[in-house]
Design a protein around this ligand. Structure first.
Ligand code: HEM
Ligand SMILES: N[C@@H](CC(=O)c1ccccc1NC=O)C(=O)O
Length: 276
């Protein structure tokens, strides 16, 4: 006899009950894949991006909460959330292995159908960049046609970034973070600051004395480490699939993405290592 789990109590009648699909809105999610071409690989391309956007949604949610926790002096909770964000990026990094199975010949079959659309226009990606401190106002432009999204990005630029919150916490812990740093114009991108580096040097020279600050620093480094790997995986996949062609979003492509590889989110935390 074939085994029937319903005889052992598995519920099978969902006429009046919430089911798996109801709870997770599966119909909604699974009806959002609409390839524009007949190319076999377009489904992979769509699902790869949609799953990335879902993970980005969670990353934003966690960074958001981590910032709130740091601002309210609940660092331990924030560290847990930041560890999760690093793992999310690890997940996104592994996902490139699936996309890499698509060859240039296969991508060319539907690339024209993408028009001028590009990951460059991902507002969640830009929001992550802004939330962690990579604030470039020029990146607002592709969102001007969507006032709701522009508003979200503008609102983010008015708030302290994750790094700003960490530096404010250091000041509350009694470390000499300069007032100019604490009162800086939040819309501007962060640039390397010698005094902040001196603060981190103090922390790294005596971790047991500055344990909380030390742990925050290492979590940030860990996050940036995984984020850098995401950027590197992206640029390598792009070169493998389109070579040095111009991007659909209008940038130079590889040259643009290589330039983005030079971005440092927490420059002092990388530079301080040379001083130790
Ligand atoms: C075959 C696959 C891919 C190719 C050929 C590709 C190509 C490119 C290119 C050329 C750019 C530069 C902007 C432009 O002019 O278009 C770009 C930007 C971008 N792509 Fe992709 N991409 C691919 C996959 C992905 C995936 C899976 C994601 C995940 C969400 C993604 C997210 C992004 C983001 C966020 C940017 C903006 C980066 C920044 O401004 O720093 N791309 N991509
Ligand atoms: N920029 C890519 C196209 C591309 O990858 C893309 C197109 C639409 C939606 C997301 C995309 N992914 C990343 O840029 C290209 O130039 O081929």
């Amino acid at each position: 006899m074939t085994y029937d789990p319903s005889k052992d109590g598995a519920e099978t009648d969902f006429r009046q009950r919430m089911s798996y699909g109801d709870y997770l809105q599966i119909d909604h999610i699974l009806s959002a894949q609409k390839p524009l071409s007949k190319a076999h690989d377009e489904m992979l391309f769509i699902i790869q991006h949609q799953t990335s956007e879902l993970w980005m949604k969670l990353a934003l949610y966690e960074v958001e909460a981590a910032r709130r926790m740091i601002a309210s002096d609940n660092t331990a909770e924030a560290l847990k959330m930041l560890a999760r964000v690093a793992r999310i990026f690890e997940q996104l990094n592994s996902a490139w292995d699936v996309l890499r199975t698509m060859t240039p010949s296969e991508y060319t079959r539907f690339r024209d159908d993408l028009g001028q659309s590009s990951g460059f226009q991902s507002w969640q990606y830009r929001l992550i960049e802004y939330a962690v401190g990579n604030r470039n106002l020029a990146m607002l432009k592709p969102h001007e046609h969507r006032p709701d999204l522009l508003e979200k990005l503008e609102a983010e630029l008015a708030r302290p970034s994750l790094y700003d919150e960490v530096l404010r916490r250091l000041a509350r812990l009694g470390l000499p973070v300069p007032a100019a740093v604490l009162e800086r114009d939040l819309r501007q991108g962060w640039t390397m600051n010698e005094d902040v580096m001196a603060v981190w040097a103090t922390v790294y020279r005596d971790p047991s004395r500055y344990w909380e600050a030390y742990e925050m620093a290492e979590k940030l480094v860990d996050f940036e480490d995984y984020f850098r790997r995401w950027r590197f995986n992206h640029v390598t996949t792009v070169e493998r699939v389109i070579g040095f062609k111009r991007g659909t979003g209008g940038t130079a492509g590889i040259d643009y993405l290589n330039r983005m590889l030079e971005v440092e989110l927490f420059p002092e935390l990388w530079r301080v290592r040379t001083e130790l």
